[in-house]
Ligand binder design. Structure first.
Ligand code: HEC
Ligand code: HEC
Length: 389
């Protein structure tokens, strides 16, 4: 983290160090969003432009962003899985296993805090440093090899015109431009056209099945309390739009784990406490959005639940009880468990209805939108050696 903060100083991320005002390409960018939805906030030093978003898309899919040309962002964030990878934890450069489950990127521009449990990760520009240069775990492996990375990109004919178009005043690939183009592309990843949206916001009564309508009632019922944390337009209490007066940032301990008798908490599951140092933050993680959740299995910060039915079993029991295996323990007895994780008496039929509701949050147009798809031809060096999950 400390090393990332030093990098942040060098790219001039606002809030962490000097923010250099620059005049950037002012081509208009049209948000793909309906009237009822405010746009995500955009930092003053990284205005959206069509050229920048398109450059960011090429970078997102380009494995030359990794030290050995095998790992691109798409290696862990695949469009038709709502930009997750289907694994419990991802695999980075040289087969390095990750620590946390790869989150989806739908509507990621609305999240005021990025990643599962880092309260300091406040911008997409800053976050991009983590896969590019982070080494715990190694994802793209460029730590100490920045010059080679930017030289590879500068040699590409597409980038020789795309960087100047996106950044007329600073036309070369460098930390500033690469992180900003990636951020602009990710801010453009908007998913608000699920059957539930059409039912709820566009008045299409038959867009939802009867089971999903019953599931919606249960989701918003006090018996289940789901909506307390999975609240608002993206079903999370982590939200900031261009119209928000303040950012909502919810982290909760949902009773997945507990300390052993001696007071130790399972490694890699300490959550928010890892960075705040506050024992009350033990086991707290950011509430994930539930949009497209039917496609983002396995679930939770460590990918420890295989299916939505497993997730509902966990909430039914008011915390997780597992007798043996890597996730063994009795999270339901954790004194740190959030007061809203109360357990419930859902019948099998009610659980099926809640799952039907969660499935109605799948937005097919997002998963197939060509504006978010791989732009490179199959035999291009950007993708020739690229590993996909
Ligand atoms: C090796 C797999 C891997 C690669 C490659 C990778 N990511 Fe990720 N990504 C992850 C994981 C795992 C997390 C969650 C990390 C955490 O919470 O500690 C994550 C989190 C994110 C987040 C935060 C999402 C959220 O909901 O908070 C963004 C944004 C993101 N990645 C963008 C990118 C971009 C851009 C690239 C390419 C430059 C990239 N990722 C490459 C695995 C990967
Ligand atoms: C106290 C706040 C809270 C309540 C109440 C709550 N959740 Fe969650 N939910 C979370 C948090 C936090 C996580 C992430 C936990 C983790 O990974 O450690 C999560 C994870 C999930 C996931 C997995 C998503 C993913 O991408 O991995 C699903 C699905 C889910 N919740 C559905 C529900 C449903 C359905 C209910 C009601 C029965 C509910 N939640 C109630 C806070 C809450």
């Amino acid at each position: 983290m400390r090393r990332l903060a030093r990098w942040a100083g060098r790219i001039g991320v606002a809030g962490l160090a000097l923010a250099t005002p620059l005049t950037l390409a002012a081509e208009p960018y049209a948000w793909p969003i309906p009237d009822w939805m405010p746009a995500p906030p955009v930092p003053d030093d990284n205005p959206m432009s069509a050229a920048k978003v398109e450059l960011g898309r090429h970078l997102f899919y380009d494995a030359r962003l990794s030290a050995d040309g095998t790992v691109a962002c798409v290696s862990c964030h695949v469009q038709d899985r709502a930009f997750t990878d289907g694994r419990a934890v991802p695999i980075g450069i040289n087969g390095t296993p990750g620590i946390r489950n790869a989150p989806g990127l739908a509507n990621v521009g609305y999240l005021p805090r990025l990643t599962w449990a880092n309260p300091h990760m406040t911008s997409l520009e800053f976050q991009a440093l983590m896969p590019l240069f982070g080494d715990n775990p190694d994802e793209m492996g460029n730590n100490g090899q920045e010059a080679a990375l930017f030289a590879r990109l500068a040699a590409d004919p597409y980038y020789q015109t795309a960087f100047p178009a996106a950044f007329p005043d600073r036309p070369a690939p460098d930390l500033f431009t690469v992180t900003r183009a990636l951020a602009a592309f990710q801010r453009s990843l908007i998913s608000v056209n699920s059957p539930y949206d059409r039912f709820k916001y566009a008045g299409e009564d038959d867009a939802l099945s009867e089971a999903a309508k019953r599931g919606e009632q249960l989701f918003f019922d006090h018996r289940f309390e789901c909506y307390h944390c999975h609240s608002g337009i993206h079903f999370t209490d982590n939200l900031q739009t261009s119209r928000s007066a303040f950012a909502e940032t919810g982290f909760h301990n949902t009773g997945l784990y507990n300390t052993d008798g001696a007071g130790a908490y399972p490694a890699d599951n300490t959550g928010l406490m890892e960075l705040t140092g506050d024992p009350a933050d033990m086991g707290k993680f950011r509430t994930p959005s539930l949009r497209n959740v039917a496609l983002t299995a396995p679930y939770f910060h460590d990918g420890s639940a295989e299916t939505l039915a497993d997730v509902l079993d966990h909430y039914r029991a008011g915390g997780r009880r597992i007798a043996t295996g890597p996730h063994a323990g009795n999270g339901a007895q954790s004194p740190l468990r959030d007061g809203m994780i109360i357990g419930n008496t859902a019948t099998e039929a009610e659980a099926a209805d809640i799952i039907a509701f969660l499935e109605s949050l799948t937005d097919d147009s997002f998963l197939t939108n060509p504006a978010y798809a791989d732009p490179w031809p199959a035999d291009h060096p950007a993708v020739a050696d690229r590993i996909l999950p």
